[in-house]
Design a protein around this ligand. Structure first.
Ligand code: 5GP
Length: 200
């Protein structure tokens, strides 16, 4: 007798895991949200983080804010698909909600850093990963400054991290595509085209 299957009415085999990375200031969040809006069954994976909330963050929408103790307990319990320390704070993707959405045939979007992308590619090799690049390093620094969300010291720290992250992204082989965000609308269209093409 074959095992009974317990698929939901909405289940399809169309599930796809999409990783989007890029340095702060490259426009990654805007591009991610545009992909989410333009593909009807796309869902954004809400990451857990221990970083302090900024004025712009909404708990449960942008991130699930968590204590360090809670985060570390979940690492030990192997609840994360991937996790990383970025600028001194923990960030991670819980495995269970990702699996649930993939089994429903959804396009699941993870907006995560390079360390995380490498782990996802190891654990789930069918994942597709896109890295968003700024047109140049000078332009990136300019964009970080005009956001005025942070002090100059933090901006410089993010800029140095961004440079290291871009080098690592090119070298590590985890990314299937690179999209340069010179003109935002063009970059959004390009990212959506690549995702749709991959999904078939
Ligand atoms: P921010 O503090 O600016 O929101 O995010 C800082 C960095 O952490 C960004 O590069 C962002 O993509 C990354 N990040 C956000 N969520 C996750 C996550 O769940 N896992 C990993 N590995 N990185 C994440």
């Amino acid at each position: 007798m074959p095992e009974p299957t317990h698929r939901l009415a909405t289940d399809t085999d169309n599930g796809m895991l999409l990783v989007i990375s890029g340095p702060s200031g490259a426009g990654k969040t805007t591009i991610t949200r545009a992909i989410e809006r333009s593909i009807p069954d796309a869902v954004f994976s809400i990451s857990a983080t221990t970083r302090p909330r900024t004025g712009e963050d909404v708990d449960g929408v942008d991130y699930q804010f968590m204590s360090i103790e809670d985060f570390e307990r979940r690492i030990k319990a192997d609840e994360f698909l991937e996790h990383a320390v970025y600028a001194g704070n923990h960030y991670g993707t819980l495995q269970a909600p990702v699996d649930t959405q993939l089994s429903r045939g959804r396009l699941v979007i993870l907006e995560i850093d390079v360390q995380g992308a490498k782990q996802v590619k190891e654990r789930m090799p069918d994942a597709f990963a896109i890295f968003i690049l700024p047109p140049s390093e000078e332009e990136l620094l300019q964009r970080l400054r005009t956001r005025k969300r942070e002090s100059e010291e933090i901006i410089e720290r993010r800029f140095n991290l961004a440079r290291a992250e871009m080098n690592e992204a090119r070298a590590c082989g985890a990314y299937d595509a690179f999209v340069v965000n010179d003109d935002l609308d063009t970059a959004i269209a390009e990212a959506i085209r690549i995702v749709k093409e991959r999904r078939g």
